[in-house]
Design a protein around this ligand. Structure first.
Ligand code: BTN
Length: 144
């Protein structure tokens, strides 16, 4: 017991120092993606929920683009330094809905990057047009 105590103490201190030095990727803030779209994510609450505003640079419609609300979840516990997350954007200027899923990474230069994949469901006027109503793609976001 007397021999294991100093060992445990050193291990505890080493783990503590390591966790302090690991930079966490944090979702909260303003981000821009490879299409030029930007979004602002609010504080992530203690159950992992967050809200935000998405301002897309592109649209499949001819409607005037408007900032639209997003609602998401980050995977907790917060011990994870590169968490996964997902969110839905409810486009207020079109009939479409988009869902994004991804992971918040630290790159080799210590910069945060969100690697995401999305599905965008446009409105189909009838069942026969359902097959062409869902688009899929990738977006990378960096902090603005
Ligand atoms: C629409 O065109 O009906 C709504 C706007 C959709 C924008 C899409 S969502 C996936 C992709 N990533 C973006 O930043 N914008 C497009």
């Amino acid at each position: 017991m007397l021999q294991t105590t100093p060992f445990l103490l050193v291990l505890f201190l080493a783990l503590g120092a390591h966790s302090l030095s690991v930079k966490k990727c944090i979702l909260t803030g303003t981000w821009v993606n490879d299409l030029g779209s930007n979004m602002t994510i609010s504080q992530v609450n203690k159950t992992g929920e967050f809200t935000g505003i998405y301002y897309t640079a592109v649209s499949a419609t001819t409607e005037k683009i408007k900032k639209s609300p997003l609602l998401g979840y980050q995977h907790l516990p917060n011990l994870l330094s590169q968490p996964t997350f997902g969110f839905t954007v409810n486009w207020i200027f079109s009939d479409a809905t988009s869902v994004f899923t991804g992971q918040c990474f630290m790159d080799g230069n210590g910069k945060e990057i969100l690697k995401t994949m999305w599905l965008m469901r446009s409105h189909a006027d009838n069942l026969g047009n359902d097959w062409k109503a869902t688009r899929v793609g990738y977006n990378n976001f960096t902090r603005l």
